[in-house]
Design a protein around this ligand. Structure first.
Ligand code: KG4
Ligand code: ZN
Length: 340
């Protein structure tokens, strides 16, 4: 093997996507994601089913990632895996597999914090994408988290604002469920929103202090609004789906952008990156770009495939930790809750 080439296998299994990726010196050679369709019918992730699906998927997904990368498993320099946060049963599958493979190949094992990975995904070597310079603000918006993080260095991060109840992805998914859309409803709301009028209906914006967020009230407001409208007109959802989605998305984006404006003002930092599944949303991407003109921001929007859960983001953290020789030992265990 060429000693200049560092090959990292990344493994992600924190929620309902089984993913494996191979990076060579920070560049993605493969990034395979197996999404679990099983949860659609339940309107949310069922932890026990997720864990079982990970067990079925993990070997073929890793095998495919290695084959697609055109390397042999013996070329691997290290294995990086998601240690947490996430669903315990799901995390255990990736953790156990990573430990066994690292032991069998006698190569270093690297534990990765999933939330750091959503932020550090911006350091994947990708043509046409700049890497943020420190310090910058990162807004991580996903199905499990909503945070504004001050990133001083790769591994020096400080949460300066976060949700006090639901995550923004939950606001999308739960509202979608109320509209009768399958899980995860976020991408569908995005799709229909693009066909609707964002000013058609008004939803309340929460009053939460500082840089924190709250989304549970919005979900309840959507529920009461829909119940009332459907009582008046049973076809209300069918007739107004696009406008409801557009109005809801408009409200959510306003909430996010308002807090970003506040965070930028408070910290004096105008470099802003987004990460996490909701950063795939077309509206937030557009609003951020507009922020460049309106507020003088420099914004960093990840490539679409590195927004939702994926192993390339785990592998890039592995690569950065490999350079520091920051390895885990074999006694490392999965953790459902870990801080940044
Ligand atoms: O980061 P992620 O894949 O998993 C977690 O760590 O939670 O994020 C999943 C979340 C889901 O709530 C999904 O509905 C949301 O990201 N999402 C979107 C879009 N694509 C994914 N929400 C709004 N618009 C989208 N285009
Ligand atoms: Zn995630």
């Amino acid at each position: 093997m060429n000693p200049q080439k560092i090959y990292i296998l990344g493994i992600e299994s924190s929620c309902d996507d089984t993913s494996a990726a191979i990076l060579c010196n920070g560049k993605v050679l493969s990034n395979v994601v197996a999404s679990q369709k099983i949860h659609e019918q339940y309107g949310g992730v069922v932890p026990e089913l997720a864990s079982r699906a990970h067990q079925q998927n993990i070997v073929p997904v890793i095998d495919q990632a290695i084959k697609q990368a055109g390397i042999d498993k013996n070329d691997l320099s290290a294995i990086a895996f998601t240690r947490g946060p996430g669903l315990m049963g799901s995390l255990l599958v990736g953790t156990s597999f990573a430990k066994s493979l690292a032991l069998a190949l006698d190569i270093p094992l690297i534990d990765v914090n999933h939330m750091q990975a959503h932020i550090l995904a911006h350091y994947i070597e990708e043509d046409g994408f700049d890497k943020p310079e420190f310090p910058f603000l990162a807004m991580t918006i996903s199905g499990g988290h909503t945070q504004i993080v001050k990133v001083n260095d790769h591994f020096d991060m400080e949460i300066i604002g976060e949700t006090i109840d639901d995550a923004v992805g939950e606001a999308f998914d739960k509202s979608a469920k109320i509209l009768g859309l399958p899980y995860p409803g976020g991408p569908l709301i995005d799709k229909y929103a693009q066909l609707g009028n964002p000013k058609a209906f008004q939803f309340p914006k929460p009053k939460v202090g500082e840089l924190n967020f709250s989304f549970s009230g919005l979900k309840t407001a959507v529920l009461y609004f829909i119940q009332k409208k459907v009582k008046e007109n049973p076809d209300f959802i069918k007739e107004n789906r696009n406008d409801v989605c557009a109005s809801l998305q408009y409200t959510i984006i306003n909430i996010l952008v308002d807090k970003l404006k506040k965070a930028a003002k408070q910290t004096g930092i105008k470099s802003i990156a987004i990460g996490g599944g909701v950063s795939a949303n077309s509206g937030i991407r557009k609003a951020l770009k507009e922020g460049e003109q309106k507020y003088g921001w420099k914004t960093y929007i990840p490539k679409f495939e590195y927004t939702t859960d994926n192993a390339a983001m785990i592998a890039i953290v592995g690569y950065l930790k490999y350079a520091k020789k920051d390895f885990a030992d074999m006694s490392v265990v999965a953790k459902a809750r870990i801080k940044l």
